[in-house]
Design a protein around this ligand. Sequence first.
Ligand code: ATP
Ligand code: MG
Length: 405
Amino acid sequence: MAGIAAVSPIGTVTSAEAARVQSGIGEVDRVLGGGFVPGSIILIGGDPGIGKSTLLLQLAGRLASNGGTALYVTAEESTAQIRGRAERIGAVVDGLSLAATTDLDAALAAIEGAVPTLAVVDSVQTLTSPELSGPAGSVGQVREVAARLSELAKASGTCVALVGHVTKEGTVAGPRTLEHLVDAVIYLEGERLGSTRLLRAAKNRYGSTDEVGVLEMRGDGLAEVDDASRFFLETDETPTAGSAVTIALEGTRPLAVEIQALTAAASYGNPRRATTGIDTNRVLMLIAVLARHAGLNLSGHDVYVNIAGGLRIDEPAADLAVATALASSLRERPVRHGTVLAGEVALSGRLRAAARAERRLLEATRLGFDRLVTGTMRGEREPSLSAGMVVARDIREALAEALEG
Ligand SMILES: Nc1ncnc2c1ncn2[C@@H]1O[C@H](COP(=O)(O)OP(=O)(O)OP(=O)(O)O)[C@@H](O)[C@H]1O
Ligand SMILES: [Mg+2]
């Protein structure tokens, strides 16, 4: 007999919202929606070596120094290894304890015994329940680990942060295996060799999924950057040919981003097209549009496009800046001083205004730019003609506005 579930009038139920626990790292709290919600379980996913363990150990350390308690359960590294990392990042603090086990039941018992504010479990793929037959990391095991930890979190009020490795397909432990079992899925991203790390929420029951956290990997751990918007901007002095700045909107936060392009006469065979931080097919499309609608033929040129600072840009509003950087490199003419670009390029060569163009212009102005070249578009997205807003109908017109000479 299962008995009867307790029924409470909603007015008498207290909200977990009120009791959010600040992580001590502002960028993490921003992505979580204001901090950890007690009794919730979050999954932190990311490529191998990107810094998941570092981030969570740092969070555990901060939380413990701010009067909470944290338990770090490691199923991958020894406690001695964790201690070494903790020394490097300043996380050897009272209130933070370590436990090493690969056994799910032992891990659960340790967390139940300690009842910490935050329990870190590193990782979901290396803990196993002996009751299940599958090997560590199999779908059955991974689901069991997440489900049992989730139950524990709900019952005890402990926040559980679970590390998950991203598989080759780019998902945590197989497609959607875990997403519905946890309250939030946060990805730590970045170029392995670069130092910039971005935190993004793929799912969040307690906050928006639009917010992006910007962190920098340093010797002493992940640090917040002073002015995230300026962080991806490499040129701040004289404009050089092949460089164009866009204001990207990542969540509610505008980020100024420099797009770098290099076009060089191809020596033999098929010209090369290489990109970092942006979809190559999008660049190929822009190359074709430039040829067809702006008279810029790149068929005999190698083309390289790079997003500065290790950021990855997916929004179509970056199109115009990419096309402008390409044209700027080919014509050896820099972008006009003080100009940023944001607009989507259509196959017809027409330009759509970037969503929230005014917000972008405002940010550009704060950073010392004074013109935003964008497109026209019917409907609500049509930008108002405020000072500094330059509206171009098509790519040819936009390039005339954007490039010097
Ligand atoms: N001594 C050091 N100084 C500076 N950075 C370091 C140092 N040691 C490690 N790092 C950084 O930490 C990263 C590894 O971090 P971490 O072990 O937290 O990643 P992870 O995502 O947990 O990896 P894994 O998938 O192996 O568990 C390295 O790639 C490097 O950038
Ligand atoms: Mg790790």
